[in-house]
Write a protein that binds this ligand. Structure first.
Ligand code: ZN
Length: 280
């Protein structure tokens, strides 16, 4: 498989989920082997797991000097999902716009500007030994396999939703049809907590599926596809695992994953050279 970049610039404007402020971002083509790089005009940072500065409700990268870029995970998932390995992401804002809460607007725009294959091969990361991280009842693992697959189970019973499980065998085509469109979700019972703690100020029914106390979506349009919340967790995992800067060859399993535990798993994976092999 070969590296790829965009044919031309793709730009997005919209509210930031956490700040509630209008944010803009532009994604430009980059040379082969450049990787995914974020810039705020003063500082640049590689989209890499060990540059992650914050994992509360989203994944944020540190640009140095205290500046962060938050909510990179859906954009990162869209890039990984379409095989775009090289791009320069420029924003002067502290957050990537949430758009409709999914990766679909990014995917659609990238497909419309065009994706250009480059002459170098992608880096492949093969998981060599099982790695598991646990936090209370939550756990996630990566194990050796011949392709990239994700299986996630989520327990939402305390929120009125049944326990749900979804598996996904990664392919670019299925990513667009089954995962990219799954939106961010939340629970009406948490709204007061978020408001009091000054969190998710930009969240609305335009960018979030909100479930009531008995697990029904209060959004008029309902769900986009069955198991949309678990599919969104898969989207978040793809975005977070893209910070390996490699294509993953391994199986991800998880019970109630979060951005925090996803990042801990990557630190555990890269702790020992014998845990993985990178080929190009
Ligand atoms: Zn998400």
């Amino acid at each position: 498989m070969f590296q790829a970049t965009l044919e031309s610039v793709a730009s997005f404007d919209g509210v930031g989920a956490h700040s509630g402020k209008l944010c803009s971002v532009s994604i430009s083509p980059a040379a082969k082997n450049a990787g995914i790089v974020f810039s705020n005009g003063e500082h640049t940072v590689e989209a890499r797991f060990d540059n992650v500065s914050e994992t509360t409700l989203c994944t944020a990268l540190s640009l140095g000097d205290g500046a962060d870029i938050s909510t990179i995970e859906h954009l990162s998932a869209a890039l990984y999902g379409l095989g775009i390995t090289n791009a320069l992401i420029e924003t002067k804002d502290p957050e990537i716009p949430i758009l409709d809460g999914s990766a679909l607007p990014f995917v659609q725009k990238f497909l419309s500007v065009g994706i250009k294959k480059q002459s170098s091969r992608m880096k492949m990361l093969k998981v060599l030994v099982p790695i598991k991280v646990q936090e209370g009842e939550k756990w996630i693992s990566l194990s050796p396999a011949n392709s990239f697959s994700i299986n996630i189970k989520c327990d939402f019973t305390s929120k009125g939703l049944e326990t749900r499980e979804t598996s996904f065998d990664f392919s670019e085509n299925d990513f667009t049809k089954e995962i990219a469109l799954a939106r961010t979700f939340g629970f009406f019972s948490d709204a007061e907590f978020l408001r009091k703690n000054n969190l998710a100020k930009g969240a609305s029914l335009d960018n979030c599926v909100v479930f009531d106390d008995v697990g029904r979506p209060i959004n008029k349009e309902g769900l986009r596809l069955p198991n949309e919340p678990v599919r969104h967790k898969i989207l978040d995992v793809i975005g977070d695992l893209s910070l390996t800067r490699c294509n993953i060859v391994g199986r991800f399993d998880g019970f109630c994953p979060s951005h925090r535990i996803n990042n801990r798993l990557l630190h555990a994976l890269f702790e020992k050279d014998t845990n993985y092999e990178i080929t190009q």
